[in-house]
Design a protein around this ligand. Structure first.
Ligand code: 9MR
Length: 394
């Protein structure tokens, strides 16, 4: 009898424990669906909750946080930017994502020579103006990209076919820069004056500007830009100099020479179209080198490609998404720790979502990549979370 009673008691205790478990797990399910319901309807970028057990050990110790409580605007002291394409600004998710997180706009193409100056006697400012208007309406600043690009493939035909020697091209360079800067005076506060002038071997790239004006075009461009608008910040922008070597040495020497000649170069853009296997300490060494000369430092075209060795149809899985998030976090942390606050000009991603990354646009049949912070439906990826975590110092 005793043993039957004790068996019954044990069964009752087990049942009570089971009921309690079921009850609490129901409550939890209810809570998490409530939290999802409570997320603002227009909050296109928040993942509901980042819980400790979703994170690695280190972050778990730091506790949980709600990603939706933060945006780039609230986390960072400097602007986080995105390169946009005028036509997409009216797409609802693109627009919402931009407005929620971004406070600087660059443009993938709309401020380039070919777009603004398609014929010798014709300037077309409409698309770039629309970006400036959009930025103004939404309290964003605009970074102009780019006045001079040392790449013939991106020039209008008329420029490449133009007759004349150094004096004529000097005139063209000056009039393009000064017409554009006059047009955007008071509206665009910083510019990439020269883009991608130097090759990996430290030599000037062969371009129409170099063939006509030699290395002087570099100095002339900054001089003409400063004359046109002494209030804007002038940048040299390039890729690959984050690895140092001859390319970085030449760029630093050119900027030093400009300084000696009284020609201002205020900052350096490190594009950082980068990949997962990148060594962050290499990047920070070269960010530090540029910063040691007092330059403003812009990570100007940031994205982290994950497609290497993948078939063109591959889908970003959770593991790779995490890896990308960690890499982005490490790079943003590196920037914050290496560049003195006053020289932190900002970080700009090259596009908004994986849906509009130039990787997928430029090579639609060859590559399939997921290099940005938002997925193709504009939902924040782990990449976004890594970025925010870096800003929060987690
Ligand atoms: O992303 C840009 C793409 O849409 C344009 O077709 C291309 C040519 O104008 O330029 C791309 O942007 C480049 C930027 O201007 C300079 N750094 C490399 C970028 C990617 O190629």
């Amino acid at each position: 009898m005793r043993s039957t009673n004790s068996k019954l008691r044990k069964t009752n205790i087990k049942l009570a424990a089971l009921t309690f478990l079921l009850f609490t797990s129901n409550l939890m399910a209810c809570k998490s669906s409530m939290e999802e319901d409570l997320a603002p309807a227009d909050d296109v970028s928040s993942e509901a909750v980042v819980s400790a057990n979703e994170l690695g050990d280190e972050q778990a110790l730091a506790g949980s946080f709600h990603l939706k409580d933060y945006t780039f605007k609230t986390v960072f002291d400097f602007p986080i930017g995105a390169a946009v394409v005028k036509e997409r600004l009216e797409e609802p998710l693109y627009d919402k994502t931009l407005r929620k997180d971004f406070s600087r706009l660059s443009s993938e193409s709309n401020f380039k020579f070919k777009s603004l100056h398609p014929e010798e006697d014709k300037y077309t400012f409409e698309k770039a103006d629309a970006i400036v208007e959009y930025a103004k309406r939404n309290n964003m600043v605009v970074h102009g990209h780019t006045l001079v690009w040392s790449h013939d493939g991106t020039q209008p035909k008329w420029l490449l076919n133009h007759k004349g020697g150094a004096a004529e091209f000097d005139r063209l360079l000056k009039s393009h820069i000064q017409t554009v800067l006059k047009h955007f005076k008071g509206k665009v506060s910083s510019w990439d004056v020269v883009n991608e002038a130097i090759a990996d071997n430290g030599e000037f790239k062969n371009s129409i500007w170099y063939r006509k004006l030699g290395r002087e075009y570099f100095f002339k461009a900054f001089k003409y830009a400063h004359e046109a608008d002494p209030n804007i910040k002038l940048f040299y922008n390039d890729y690959g100099q984050e690895f140092g070597g001859k390319k970085m040495r030449t760029i630093m020497a050119l900027i030093e020479e400009a300084k000696q000649r009284g020609i201002p170069v205020h900052g350096m853009g490190f594009q950082l179209h980068t990949v997962l296997r990148i060594t962050v300490s290499k990047i920070t060494t070269n960010l530090a080198l540029a910063a040691s000369k007092g330059l403003l430092i812009h990570i100007s075209e940031f994205d982290v490609s994950v497609k290497k060795n993948k078939p063109k149809t591959f889908i970003l899985d959770d593991l790779l998404a995490r890896e990308q998030g960690e890499k982005i976090k490490a790079i943003v942390k590196g920037y914050l720790q290496t560049v003195p606050k006053k020289q932190q000009f900002g970080i700009t991603t090259w596009g908004v979502s994986d849906n509009d990354s130039y990787f997928n646009k430029a090579y639609p049949n060859r590559d399939h990549d997921y290099p940005l912070l938002f997925d193709k439906k504009y939902k924040a990826k782990r990449a976004y979370r890594g970025f925010i975590e870096a800003g929060l110092g987690r």
